[in-house]
Design a protein around this ligand. Structure first.
Ligand code: GLA
Length: 388
């Protein structure tokens, strides 16, 4: 039997740790809307990061990553820590932002393990940030509202790691709930928790196993294009602070004022916000056919107008479209590789998984990973019996 994380920690540090965990997520719909103050509809999933942690008597943080097979250190009294350009920056960033917000942390030894495939768009970084953030706070006896922790982790990624992500992933990691998807208003951080009947629909994630290089640069560029669009539209619509404030009617009236590419990007975001709210309403009434139609429109728009898909993602979505028992399929996450999310009738999951893997392999020569995910709860401390 493999050693549990607690046992590994005990062997390394001679003490029994506390164990914290945070889930990854899939986004059902609402892509590239979060950094436009818009709406997203993710669900936390049963793939997660676990952090075993114990306080130290000094102010040093010492982390062992079982996945990276590497160690990292940090001094909490270092007022200007520098990013190293690796996995440890997410942890370093969270500790740094917490300290700079006035939360006095304790030194700690951490051992980190993850079951979230990395770089697949399932939010492994947010889960690492949130689980280690929760560990730091708990060891220092500090209680923080989950929304606040999500915001601190987003800031760690924006300000320390240097990725200009929105808040969807951190919110899902902090506030996900088993059996639920969450409609999040990324401006107010209000949340509508929507039942997802897993006896009627399964979340099946298919991993293209590719990650195209330009991803991050293109992500930041999209964000800049959206901000530019909001600025231009704001000249005609003074209430507009972000694309979230523009309705599709207003967009139709003023879109000619935008340069062509910016117009396409803004069009995606504005309509995606409407699709996301419509999909949440349909999910509430159990109208999976409508959710599926909206997912198909979302994918088309991400492919043609926002241009963040790639041939591998398009192939998976096309293959899924004609398969029995599939309600909807689209790329999920930032794009340029990573995964698709498929809503599949439970009785069709096995055939779907086989056929999609086969179809994808035949065309690309790549064997994709297929994950049948269950929804999961957000970050928490694990009680001893369930710690791995
Ligand atoms: C990445 C980011 C999120 C979000 C998605 C696109 O996952 O981390 O904040 O912007 O891309 O919807």
């Amino acid at each position: 039997m493999p050693e549990s994380l607690a046992e590994i920690f005990l062997a390394l540090h001679g003490r029994t740790p506390r164990i914290f965990h945070a889930p990854g997520r899939v986004n059902i719909i609402g892509e590239h809307t979060d950094y436009n103050d818009g709406f997203v509809l993710p669900a936390a999933i049963d793939k997660e990061v676990r952090v075993a942690a114990a306080a130290r008597s000094d102010r040093r943080i010492e982390v062992t990553s079982l996945g990276a097979k590497a160690k990292a250190e940090m001094d909490l009294d270092d007022g200007a820590p520098r990013p190293r350009g690796d996995w440890s920056d997410y942890i370093r960033g969270v500790a740094f932002i917490l300290e700079s917000e006035g939360y006095r942390l304790k030194g700690a030894s951490l051992v980190v393990a993850s079951s979230i495939p990395e770089g697949a768009g399932l939010s492994s970084s947010a889960a690492l940030e949130v689980s280690s953030g929760l560990a730091f706070l708990s060891l220092a006896d500090i209680e923080l509202a989950p929304r606040k922790l999500a915001d601190i982790c987003r800031r760690a990624e924006n300000e320390f790691v240097g990725t200009r992500c929105g808040i969807m992933d951190q919110m899902a990691a902090c506030l996900g709930r088993r059996g639920r998807a969450m409609l999040i208003d990324c401006r107010s951080l209000d949340m509508d928790s929507i039942p997802l009947d897993e006896s009627r629909v399964s979340l099946v994630v298919v991993n293209t196993m590719v990650k195209h290089k330009l991803g991050e640069q293109e992500y930041n560029q999209r964000r800049t294009e959206c901000e530019e669009g909001a600025r231009i539209l704001g000249r005609f619509l003074p209430r507009v602070r972000a694309l979230r404030d523009v309705t599709s009617e207003q967009f139709a009236k003023f879109k000619e004022k935008l340069p062509e590419k910016t117009r396409a990007r803004c069009g995606h975001v504005i309509l995606e916000n409407e699709r996301t709210q419509a999909a949440a309403a349909s999910l509430k009434t159990g109208d999976l056919a409508s959710v599926g139609r909206l997912m198909a429109e979302s994918h088309r728009s991400l492919r043609d107008a926002y241009q963040v898909s790639c041939v591998e993602l398009d192939l998976l979505v096309n293959l899924a479209r004609n398969m029995e028992g599939v309600f909807g399929a689209r790329m999920t996450g930032g794009g340029f590789g990573g995964c698709t999310i498929n809503l599949v009738a439970p009785e069709s999951v096995d055939t779907f998984s086989e056929r999609i893997a086969d179809g994808y392999r035949k065309v690309t020569g790549i064997i994709p990973e297929v994950y049948q995910c269950r929804t999961a709860d957000g970050a928490a401390e694990l009680i001893a019996e369930s710690a791995m």
